[in-house]
Design a protein around this ligand. Structure first.
Ligand code: PLP
Length: 460
């Protein structure tokens, strides 16, 4: 053991070997020395543990090289989402429209975030989006914060702290992460008054729960699950009637926040923000990066007096949006000024609207190209989903390319795809890799092909 350890080369010797190989030009000496030490330490530990039985200087030098190359890569990178889950939380949810990406680049330097260019006086960062949100949703006023979880927390804190909020038991959702409605209520200092049963709630249940301490009636979209069977619900409009009679505002946490009617493209019904506003909800809260297809954001639209309370609350400053998100949101919202443009330009809507025929033709073309590169690939029907707490339980008919890499188990092929450039996220099914094309934009098909060939083709 001691003799083995003594055979470990010195830092200088490894550095010299690296120089001889002409490896890593442009890397600072400090970084090289630190990496060499790191790798030497690991080798020493491996020798002590008996995992490594000999010192191989070449392998050590290669390890240093690989480590420096890896550390040069940015950690947060573009990936190709071939999972068939359109809004994949682990993959950054909604991909931004080209227009929104350009707006982010524009705003990245100095920008007129809180400056009115006409007068030269101070403006509000929300000025860039409030007008658009009013026009698109029909609401009186709007505010935007970091995400919808923050919007819910802010709305409850600003409108109901120390008082009661009435919610249906069937709407006590957990969104994921640690966002559970009852916990959020507690965090906001609100007393939760549950009404109805898990599967049924009636207007009379809400009515009976009203008291002198009731601050709000809250409706929550069941974003990630469905109730089927013996169920009943109170529509927003009826809740609004009750609220009006009792003089209590109605807040609707809509979750997904669709700004177009999905039925226009043969998709299932999903309540839109416009409908919730038209139904008379006093405040409607929704995410920017779900069905809206923009950046991470929490949007609140509704009555001016309520929105003003949100904007004046101390929490607002803690959860407000940054310039990059606001730039992306403004550019995305502009596309919605004409719903037809939104369907053509917003990636999530394009993915949702893609027809089975389009997807099949793309899958067949990709399968053919991959076959020509020696891969066993064919086009197969598949099922995609909206994901990200949108359209729960709705299977979207889709097409995928099924790839079998020779001599490589599917999970190994999937792992190779994850280290491709750009990385490809696929699904493993029945010992094959499935590349679902509904979550890939057509203009990315050539990139997907190159990545898959690079990762899996013979000689790769
Ligand atoms: C997704 C969702 C949230 C949380 O929104 P984020 O933008 O992810 O913070 C809150 N409420 C509902 C009903 C949701 O669907």
């Amino acid at each position: 053991m001691e003799t083995l350890l003594r055979q470990l080369p010195s830092v200088d010797r490894v550095l010299a070997a690296l120089q001889e190989r002409g490896a890593l030009p442009g890397t600072s000496r400090e970084l090289l020395v630190a990496t060499v030490r790191e790798v030497l330490d690991e080798h020493r530990a491996a020798l002590r543990a008996g995992v490594l039985r000999a010192v191989e200087v070449d392998r050590l030098v290669e390890a240093v090289e690989a480590r420096v190359q890896r550390d040069r890569q940015p950690s947060l990178r573009r990936v190709l989402n071939a999972t068939g889950v359109l809004l994949h939380t682990n993959l950054g949810r909604a991909p931004l429209a080209v227009e929104a990406q350009a707006a982010v680049v524009q705003a990245a330097g100095s920008c007129n975030l809180e400056l009115d260019l006409a007068s030269g006086s101070r403006g509000s960062r929300l000025d860039h989006v409030v007008g658009l949100l009013r026009r698109i949703t029909g609401a009186e006023s709007a505010a935007v914060v970091n995400n919808n979880a923050a919007a819910v927390l802010l709305a409850l804190s600003a409108l109901a702290a120390g008082r009661e909020v009435v919610v249906s038991r069937g709407e006590q959702v957990e969104i994921g992460g640690s966002f559970r409605m009852p916990d959020v209520m507690r965090a906001a200092g609100v007393r939760l008054v549950e009404v109805g049963t898990t599967n049924r709630v009636r207007l009379a249940d809400y009515e009976a729960a009203l008291g002198p301490d009731t601050a709000l009636l809250l409706k929550v979209h069941r974003s990630n699950f469905r109730l089927v069977g013996f169920v009943s619900d109170v529509p927003a409009a009826e809740l609004v009637d009750l609220g009006r009679r009792a003089g209590i505002p109605v807040v609707y946490d809509l979750g997904s926040g669709a700004l177009v009617d999905l039925r226009a493209r043969g998709l299932p019904y999903e309540p839109t923000v416009q409908e919730a506003v038209q139904d008379g909800c006093d405040l409607v809260l929704f995410s920017g990066d779900k069905l809206l297809g923009g950046p991470q954001a929490g949007v609140a639209v509704g009555r001016g007096a309520l929105v003003d309370k949100l904007r004046a609350h101390p929490l607002y400053r803690a959860v407000r949006s940054d310039k990059l998100d606001l730039a992306a949101l403004e550019a995305t919202l502009r596309l919605y000024l004409d719903p037809e443009v939104a369907w053509r330009r917003v990636p999530v809507l394009r993915m949702l609207a893609a027809s089975g025929d389009e997807l099949r033709v793309r899958a067949e073309a990709l399968a053919r190209s991959l076959s020509q590169r020696g891969l066993a690939a064919d086009a197969v029907p598949s099922e995609a989903e909206a994901g990200g707490g949108s359209l729960p339980g709705v299977a979207l008919a889709s097409w995928a390319v099924r790839v079998r890499a020779r001599d490589v188990p599917a999970h190994h092929a999937a792992s190779r795809l994850r280290s491709a450039s750009p990385p490809v996220l696929a699904v493993v099914r029945e010992d094959a890799v499935l590349l679902d094309l509904r979550s890939v934009l057509p203009e990315d098909d050539p990139v997907l092909e190159a990545s898959v060939v690079g990762a899996l083709a013979e000689g790769a």
